[in-house]
Design a protein around this ligand. Sequence first.
Ligand code: 5AD
Ligand code: SF4
Length: 470
Amino acid sequence: MQKTDSSQMNFLEKQEYYLHLINELMSVRKRGEKPLAFIHTYGCQQNVADSEKIKGMLSSAGFDFVDAPDNADFILFNTCAVREHAEDRVFGNVGALKTLKRKHPQIMIALCGCMMEQKHIAERMYKSFPFVSLVFGTHSLQNFPQLFYDALFTGKRVYERDNDDKLIYEGIPIKRDGTFKGWLSIMYGCDNFCTYCIVPHVRGRERSRKRADIISEATEMINNGYKDITLLGQNVNSYGKGLDEKISFAELIGEIDKIPGDYWLRFMTSHPKDCSKELIDTIASSQHISKHIHLPFQSGSDRILKCMNRHYDRKKYLEIVNYAKAKIPGLSLTSDIIVGFPGETYEDFKQTLSLIKEVEFTSLFTFIYSPRVGTPAAKMDDPIPAEEKSKWFRELLDVQEEIASKRCASMVGNKEKILVESVNAKTGELQCRSSGNIIVECEGDKSLIGTFQNAEIIKARHWILKGKIV
Ligand code: 5AD
Ligand code: SF4
């Protein structure tokens, strides 16, 4: 069911009113001083983008932001459920707030994000940490002002998850962390149900934003000086499903590319099963789309890919990669890999190693398989011991390090357009990034931060390049 724009407007007006009430309550409590919030985000860019919305709402309610919890009036952990390690860190870090809450009982502590959409985890956290006042899941983000106000006004604990309102709310304020690099969500949720992955269970079905809303946000970002914009979605290649208008991801990004300005466009994440030649052709002929594709293949073994429910095989993956390499000179490819999926043998793992060698990725995000309650893979036989998986994992890192070093060394002598991002606190050098998303370190003044420069690559050290601004 599609809600009408006017009922969405009423809903957002109501939320705005709650922000106003929070502002008044906090202003009395703080005797006119600005209330302070500490927001800590775990996990992927989608979570970072959600936190930027929460910060937008808090900003409208008069909050400023701090980098540590000690002086904050409001502490929020936006959690990640993708791997057990991320979950353990949240449990540890929330537990550590107990003393702070005892010292300053007026602080409000809240938890949100993917972990809170898992019933067993949310309930465990709610019970284990009675000093947490507010718990809400990813589907309740748009209600945040109301939930926050309820907890603040009543002093009672508020808990909301599995909200069945899975619509897209346009118009929630956003306070972006960066001034020249920014995220732009184009869709939410995932329909792919890879057997190891919790995301479809905690973020719900795929929902695409309307083309006009995305174009207008992209235009605003570009006009406000954003130089590096990443379009976000769990599987951007299936953008457009369920919309009234017929539009593919390639068409959408092609249209954004026409917006005048000096900027780079990136996107993540692409699923190989839906990565079309049309998209590659669009990148090849575009002005602004960076020459970088993040294309997670997860495993090089067809048998394991089938068990993972990935809907492509090694041959199809290589076909699209080779097409892309031929069409986009200097293309940089990155990927995600899971080591030690249930039932994976060393023979399967060797297939992953051989794929890495064949493709020559610029960099990899590598993970040891982590069982997630509620996913089919968690019920599969997993006979390989953890130490053995760690050994394979280290072998993978060694192979990739050699490939990345070789790739970077081959770039020495190239001229690259780079975006100056920050100053390295240790070396004083400028930290920059190439279109292919490779770090380039250069001598230069910090006033260049946020600008594009041209650099000659003079040296390569492992997967980092040294450049000279020309
Ligand atoms: N265990 C390990 N890695 C996982 N990922 C997703 N689920 C799991 C899991 N259960 C990895 C995949 C995905 C990336 C975001 O996280 O490689 O692409
Ligand atoms: Fe998870 Fe697969 Fe969806 Fe990516 S495509 S979010 S790995 S289910």
